[in-house]
Design a protein around this ligand. Structure first.
Ligand code: KG4
Length: 342
């Protein structure tokens, strides 16, 4: 009988400490500790994030193994996020993974966080519907740090067709939400408010960029300046119109994202289309995908909410694919804060 392949995945690139266990490609557990400490600062404070990772990593890994019913001695390999991300945060996960793998005498597998987000579509849960994209497919990767259109030819062959030349979509949402005095992170708050607002109440500047690239800094400035003018006339403007502001902002961002994606789908002639990353939790964006599926015959893939934001299940599944290919790394491999998809 073939030996089970059991992968422990560890994710610590930003402010979520997460560990997951996958057996033969099927998810057994996925445990995440979020860090509320950043809320008071309106953004992630790197030093505080690494300290929290240090506190969380051991209990989170223990919990993931316990929930999976797996002993350390049964693990085949440890997969970990190598980058991109915050260096101090990455170092906690990378060092822990190296130490654990070395102590158990098993291989270690380095994972590109962005590749992990894309491959979240291959996370299989026991008993759930097994619907996965076929290669090649296009993936819109939208998070706090990235906005990219990626052509995915294979799990280890991804080509970035377009990306933001300034802010990421999530970053723009978070910054506009901060200007409105809403909490952090702004994405889920804007999403909730937008459900009760009118998406065409206000219009904001849209970028005119060649090809498949994105830009969100102009929109951010346009939002800021408009708000400043409206506040001069009515100091309570935000309070009175926050739902319409959120809905109009969300509508504009989703429109910008879908515009370029539609163009990429048409030019590539690929109708297998996925969305990934933290912003893919956004209801407006998810609905836009569903509408495009109906209108343009796209075969769409929208991740479960739990696999949109940072999680170790996506790291473990990517690790599983690399394990099957014998693609391991050495102990002297450094973490990297900046890296693109190959
Ligand atoms: O992928 P992610 O967890 O972290 C990285 O950036 O790697 O993405 C976080 C981003 C934040 O900007 C957050 O505001 C945004 O995803 N986000 C959302 C929603 N949930 C999270 N944006 C819009 N609507 C949401 N429901």
């Amino acid at each position: 009988m073939e030996k089970d392949v059991i992968i422990l995945g560890i994710e610590s690139s930003c402010d979520d400490t997460s560990a997951a266990v996958i057996r033969n490609g099927v998810l057994l557990s996925n445990v995440t500790a979020n860090q509320s400490v950043h809320e008071a600062y309106g953004g992630v404070v790197p030093e505080l994030a690494s300290r929290a990772h240090q506190q969380n990593v051991v209990p989170v890994v223990d919990q993931a193994l316990k929930r999976a019913g797996v002993e350390r001695s049964e693990l085949s390999a440890v997969a970990f996020t190598r980058g991109p991300g915050l260096m101090g945060s990455l170092l906690v996960g990378v060092s822990f993974a190296k130490g654990l793998a070395r102590s158990l005498g098993i291989p270690m597998i380095d994972i590109n966080h962005l590749q992990g987000h894309v491959l979240a579509h291959f996370i299989k849960e026991a008993g759930s519907e097994d619907r996965q994209p076929q290669y090649p497919f296009l993936c819109l990767l939208v998070s706090g740090g990235n906005s990219q259109i990626i052509r995915v030819n294979a799990y280890n062959d991804m080509q970035v067709l377009g990306q933001t030349i300034d802010d990421a979509a999530g970053e723009a949402i978070d910054k506009c939400s901060k200007v409105m005095g809403l909490g952090y992170p702004g994405g889920p708050i804007i999403d909730r408010l937008a459900r009760q607002g009118n998406p065409t109440a206000y219009t904001f500047a849209k970028p005119h960029i060649e090809g498949y690239d994105y830009s969100f800094s102009g929109l951010k400035t346009s939002f800021l300046y408009s708000l400043r003018d409206w506040l001069k006339e009515d100091p309570e403007f935000i309070e009175h119109h926050k739902e319409d502001l959120a809905a109009s902002l969300e509508f504009t961002i989703v429109d910008i994202l879908m515009d370029k994606l539609r163009k990429a789908v048409k030019d590539a002639g690929i109708k297998e289309v996925a969305v990934a990353g933290g912003v893919s939790a956004n209801n407006g964006l998810r609905n836009a995908f569903r509408e495009h599926a109906v209108k343009y015959g796209w075969n769409i893939f929208i991740p479960k909410f739990s696999y949109t934001t940072d999680n170790a299940a996506m790291i473990a599944i990517t690790g599983y694919f690399k394990y099957l290919d014998g693609d391991f790394c050495s102990i002297d491999l450094p973490a990297y804060s900046r890296v693109t998809l190959k």
